[in-house]
Design a protein around this ligand. Sequence first.
Ligand code: H79
Length: 576
Amino acid sequence: MNINSLAKILIVGSVFLSITSCNMNRSKPEKSAHTDAREALTDWENQKFSMFIHWGLYSIPAGVWDGQKINGYSEQIKGHAKIPTQAYRKLAARFNPTNWNADSVALLARKAGMRSVVITAKHHDGFCMFDSKYTAFDVVDATPYKKDVLKDLAAACKRHNLRFGVYFSMIDWDYEGAAPFVSVRNSDSIPPLHHQYNLNQIEELLTNYGEISEIWFDMGAPTFNQSKEIAALVKRLQPNCMISGRLWNDQGDFVVMGDNLKPDFKMGVPWQTPASMFPETWSYRSWQERPDVEAKIDEKIHDLITVVSLGGNYLLNIGPTGDGTIVPFEKQVLEGIGQWLKENGEAIYGATAAPIETQDRGLITARDGKLYLHIISFPENDQLTVEGFNSSIKSAYLLSDSTISLPHSTNDTGLAIDLKNITNRDKYAAVVVVEYEDELRYTPKNVVYPAEDGAFILTWDNATKFHSFSGHDYYSTKATVVKSRWYLSDNNKKSYQVNLAFSPDAIEPLRLSVNNKGYVIPLTDAANSFKNELTGQTINSVHLYLDGMNVIELSLEDRSNPHKGLNIEELKIEIK
Ligand code: H79
């Protein structure tokens, strides 16, 4: 009998998982730089929903050059239409966005329920939407508008209680010291002169615009030292400024998924999905078809819920036109999302990822003592099951109308909720709140049971893996395992011996934690090539609970860089 089928038959104890508590109103004790940094990161994670703005000279041609519709992201029209630098620069003389109003943009972000705004300070085309003393190709020096767009927007965000962040491309198609432009793969290396130019401009951005909540580096292929040097500069100027993972080389604070991509794996680090209204472009494209506002609101609300239920932040983009108008379609989409959040925001802001496995139907977010079940489509018989969930329930009700309480019962499979009292069904997603007593009691699907000889065998296959998403450039990103966890059933013996084997040899000491008690696995003995017989490291006398679930975790011993992967291909841990 395999472990899975055994799991289905045995009735097992539940695991007690504690959910990181929401700390939005946390009092502030004496702080060190370290707690400050951690708080800044938690604040960032609690934002959940933010506005991205792609706006620049490329918004003027809006996806058309010489009368031709140009495919490819419209903000990269210079590359896609192979526009010579001198011709592209002439766009600056036409940049006079009389319809741009920073306050109404900030107010729209607020109305949408967004907590911050991130604008393109400089995209690949090299044009700066801020006053830079290191180039004349900027909004103040080269356009009839002459106003510093970033300064205005930063001030408006401050007035309307929004955090303010900037996008900064590491490549530059205008700067003569940059690598010659050869393709729109945008992953060129950065020559020393260009690196210095970037450092200079990053310093301007972090000095002249007040508090910057995040700096969103993008593209290029910097060396490890270049990434490190940029990160150090950012933290020296603004220690609480969060750095996007597209600084590469594990030097960001948060991971950025690929454009418009969500992870299909569990994350173990802070992360974000950047999303555009339509996958074809980020900046305004005059010939973009925008057929159905309702369908778009629906899609984006589902994406927001999905991202938050996986523990991430959702950065949704708008692309104003060349004259600064917000596209009405985009405005309506944001307002629609804001309307939904008004009633359902409790299930998003300050909520954590689902502490239990995603269910077949519906996505889950949580906070202390509460699960939020986001019902995107109602089951035909109106019966919702939350498998493996066996806490005792205080109440189940509809978030948007707490007078609608829902009958529920617990059985062998988990929690069953009857949804038929919900008559007014939200067209985007209905959120059911489940309030439960004490700690979360939950039986994961992949519990490990002892083999016939009484040993627990832990491998990648029966692990729950937590990832970062790292790389040296956009195209080398991959999900790397930063932590692995196993749930062991209760058992009838207290003291165990642990034998470990890894392949390839670990290059850094690891940490095995058994019910939160940590054991360091040094390099020397663990550095045995993987064999079927376990001849690697041994830990004597490890204690498991006799009653209840045991949680085993494996990570790097040094977790000062939480993005660094374990880099183990095969592993076998025997607990006997
Ligand atoms: O600013 C936006 C893009 O212009 C910038 N990042 C976002 C936030 C970006 N520059 N280069 N890239 C992104 C590389 C992207 C390449 C791809 Fe694709 C986009 C690979 C997959 C999606 C286009 C569509 C090329 C292949 C498929």
